[in-house]
Design a protein around this ligand. Structure first.
Ligand code: 2PG
Length: 228
């Protein structure tokens, strides 16, 4: 079972008030750098077979903080880049909330294509395809970290939960929070969502699926003795 650690980048000066999107040159703020360093500390005890990042600076800087002191270089995968928000890019959230499309983004995201930009469904498709390919490339024993963006992480989690994209606004991905998904042949197991605590994954933990591990994908009826 391949274990994926999904990390959202740390804070930037734009995070919150402005939809940064793919705007170039948006770096971590001082608070964001502190969050990235703290994230590195929270996963310090976890073996990482690969560290992958969106090409945008705020993710690369977060991923590089995690890579510091490890023998693993950060690898860039464009499929983890922020959703293409098109003409919404760089606009204040308070202004965007008055657009008619805002309500569709809230209630029916699978129908949304941003003006001159990408659809949320297209974003989910390319990000999930990237996860599946990394899972295949790294193999079933691998543990790897991907640093990406809020909507991208939420879309990957929705897929792992078997949720339609229209439910993805129910999921939260805060700056520098970790989400952990273990991909078994028959289903993903979502182990952590939006977690800010220390992560420990014992070396043999991939052998556990919560239950008897009869097929490598079975879920334990009743919940089992624990997954990590
Ligand atoms: O401001 C946000 O919430 C957007 C900006 O693109 O997402 P993220 O910060 O995850 O890149």
């Amino acid at each position: 079972m391949t274990t994926l650690l999904l990390a959202r980048h740390g804070l930037t000066d734009l995070t919150g008030p402005v939809l940064a999107g793919r705007t170039p040159g948006v770096h971590l703020s001082e608070a964001g750098r502190a969050q990235a360093a703290a994230l590195a500390g929270r996963v310090a005890g976890v073996r990482l077979d690969a560290i992958v990042s969106s090409p945008l600076e705020r993710c690369r800087e977060t991923a590089e903080a995690v890579a510091e002191g490890r023998e693993t270089d950060v690898r860039i995968d464009d499929r983890f880049i922020e959703c293409g928000y098109g003409e919404w890019t760089g606009r204040p959230l308070t202004e965007l909330a008055k657009e008619p499309l805002w309500q569709v983004v809230q209630a029916h995201p699978s129908a949304v294509t941003f003006p001159e930009g990408e659809s949320l469904a297209g974003m989910q498709h390319r990000a999930v395809a990237a996860v599946r390919e990394w899972n295949r490339t790294l193999g079933s024993k691998a543990v790897y970290l991907v640093c990406s963006h809020g909507d991208v992480i939420k879309a990957i989690v929705a897929d792992a939960l078997g949720l339609h994209l229209d439910q993805f606004q129910r999921i939260t991905a805060d700056p520098a929070a970790l989400t952990v998904i273990r991909y078994a042949p028959l289903r993903p197991f979502v182990l952590r969502v939006n977690d800010m605590g220390e992560l420990r994954l014992p070396e043999d933990s991939e052998e556990k699926d919560g239950g008897e591990n009869i097929t490598g994908s079975d879920a334990a009826v009743g919940g089992g003795p624990g997954t990590t």
